[in-house]
Design a protein around this ligand. Structure first.
Ligand SMILES: Cc1cc2nc3c(=O)[nH]c(=O)nc-3n(C[C@H](O)[C@H](O)[C@H](O)COP(=O)(O)OP(=O)(O)OC[C@H]3O[C@@H](n4cnc5c(N)ncnc54)[C@H](O)[C@@H]3O)c2cc1C
Length: 462
């Protein structure tokens, strides 16, 4: 049987459940073939479909199951692990038309949204009733809540509030046979059956297609105050960060940039004017009601006592934004240094951070590759960026060797290959090292229970 033999009945069946505007084929699928990961492969899908309801998603999955065609769920394609990359011959299911905010329930402090709602839209809807949805991936203006749930996305506020999964209460999910289920409860508590909601969080589209999400919300915090401080060495900055997390005050942000990141950001945007020659920089914020100002003054004292050279405090929104803007430039700035880069997302117990930084320096020296490291130091989740010149194949090869060694280093320090970006296709090769054969097998059996035909985002995550 040829591809056309298979394709045309499938396309006919899709056309019976969706409008022509909801089905894209051929070269026009180009813009839906990849997420934002570097160095991952993708193929030409049979079609990209844009269902607008849970029932339409279920109809598409039923057709895919009948023909055993892989389905790749796709949110905003801001992913950094290739999870949303199209597979050749697959149906790519975009959630971008599932964009209704279904309810914001102030009395129960919950919100229910369709999966394609952008993170920022949910956050703004909560704000409108003086509530707070904290998960704030750097991509929040574009990323979808469905994508955030499927990757268990983090962000800068995790050090205080935790990751997306900490806020998910209930999911509407289309299973691999097209049936529609609701997992979890809308309530704060609920232990009926196994916690399938937690299993679906971070499952990267391999266990089911999430169409609706109910999240818990918090009371709105105070307007944050912040402080930045530079240190002559990364070791001094780490020691200061440890003192802050060990204290009784709870920072809402605790971020780190090493000397190479500082240099790259200054070169990329001289207006950033970060202190030249600094070995590291910390950014700390508090949003504690009635206390943010005092917290930040206390953090500034801790930073000075730990040997900070240059301490800048911001108590108003405008100066705080100036303080944070350099951190937001991290990725474009380090990418500009060499033209190409591989982005890591490793995580280790906080006590292992000194060993991690020492190990990164050793890998960089031994392989002669530039590694710039910044990220969520308060979570032990760092984003070392390995630079290479795209025109120099030997540099790309060395960058890949370094990439694998960095993951091995994190795992050897009781950490993980990915803290928040996911495994996708990028890090599958390293999963055995982290899980070991027994757990890997158990996970494959869980996958088979959810998806016996293996049609949900095959070749991703596991
Ligand atoms: C500039 C930038 C900054 C970023 N900052 C952060 C950060 O701070 N923290 C962080 O964690 N990540 C960050 N990311 C990574 C990325 O934004 C997150 O992984 C995000 O959660 C992906 O959402 P998305 O809607 O783009 O999903 P996609 O990239 O489209 O998909 C991601 C995965 O989820 C699956 N999926 C998507 N929707 C569904 C659904 N409805 N049901 C089932 N599976 C689904 C896909 O198959 C894929 O495996 C950043 C990315 C960029 C480009």
């Amino acid at each position: 049987m040829t591809m056309t033999d298979v394709a045309s009945p499938v396309l006919d069946e899709l056309a019976a459940v969706l409008t022509a505007a909801q089905i894209v084929t051929g070269p026009r699928t180009e813009s839906n073939r990849r997420d934002q990961s570097e160095g991952t492969l993708s193929g030409e899908p049979l079609a990209v479909v844009f269902p607008a309801s849970t029932e339409e998603v279920a109809a598409v999955v039923t057709i895919a199951a009948a023909h055993r065609i892989p389905i790749v769920p796709q949110g905003a394609r801001t992913g950094l692990a290739g999870g949303a990359n199209a597979i050749a011959g697959a149906i790519v299911l975009s959630t971008t038309r599932l964009k209704k905010i279904l309810s914001v329930d102030a009395a129960n402090q919950t919100a229910t949204v369709q999966a394609g709602v952008r993170t920022i839209a949910l956050a703004r809807a909560a704000e409108a009733v003086n509530l707070f949805y904290p998960p704030d991936p750097g991509s929040w203006r574009a990323s979808t809540i469905g994508g955030n749930v499927a990757t268990n996305a983090g962000g800068m506020l995790c050090v205080k509030y935790g990751v997306t999964g900490n806020f998910v209460r209930q999911l509407t999910v289309v299973l691999a046979d097209g049936s529609i289920v609701k997992t979890g409860q809308r309530t704060i508590k609920g232990v009926a059956g196994y916690n399938l909601t937690a299993l679906l969080v971070g499952s990267e589209g391999t266990l089911g297609i999430i169409t609706e999400i109910t999240v818990g919300l918090l009371p709105a915090p105070a307007s944050p105050s912040g402080v930045s401080a530079t240190f002559s060495t990364a070791t001094d900055a780490l020691a200061a960060a440890n003192t802050i997390v060990a204290g009784s005050r709870r920072p809402s942000v605790l971020e780190f940039l090493d000397g190479a990141c500082i240099e790259a950001i200054n070169a990329f945007d001289p207006a950033s004017a970060l202190p030249r020659g600094a070995g590291a920089l910390l950014l700390v914020q508090s949003d504690q009601i009635g206390q943010a100002h005092d917290d930040v003054e206390a953090y500034a004292d801790v930073l000075r006592a730990a040997g900070a050279d240059d301490v800048v405090i911001a108590h108003d929104a405008e100066s705080l934004d100036r303080l944070m803007s350099a951190r937001r430039l991290l990725h474009p700035a380090v990418q500009a240094v060499r033209g190409g880069c591989l982005n890591e997302d490793i995580t280790v117990p906080r006590s292992q951070l000194p060993a991690l930084l020492a190990g990164l320096a050793e890998i960089s020296r031994e392989l002669d590759v530039p590694i710039s490291t910044g990220g969520h130091i308060g979570d032990g989740n760092l984003h070392p960026v390995i630079g290479y010149d795209p025109a120099a194949p030997a540099e790309l090869e060395a960058a890949h060797v370094a990439f694998a060694r960095v993951i091995g280093l994190a795992i050897s320090l009781d950490g993980s290959a990915s803290g928040e970006h996911g495994i996708g296709v990028l890090k599958r090769a390293h999963l055995d090292d982290e899980l070991g054969p027994v757990l890997r097998d158990l996970q494959l059996r869980v996958k088979a229970a959810f998806d016996p035909l293996g049609i949900l985002n095959p070749g991703k995550k596991l």
